[in-house]
Unconditional design. Structure first.
Length: 67
């Protein structure tokens, strides 16, 4: 299901009525940051798994060095 031009205009008009013209830029900026953070969060699990493995290897090596 796709949102057409008419539906988008209605949504924007309702948002303008609810939040007012002064808060719409803040709302858009906050929404953009949220989407950007979500996208980065979806990409990070692969990288964080690698960093966790490296941390475990460092801890194991440190334990071996202490013995």
């Amino acid at each position: 299901m796709r949102i057409g031009t008419n539906e988008l205009l209605i949504i924007l008009a309702v948002a303008l009525l609810i939040f007012g013209p002064k808060n719409l830029p803040k709302l858009g900026k906050m929404f953009g940051k949220t989407i950007n953070g979500f996208k980065k969060g979806m990409e990070e699990p692969e990288e964080s798994d690698d960093s966790e493995e490296k941390a475990e290897k460092k801890a194991a090596k440190k334990d071996e060095d202490e013995e």
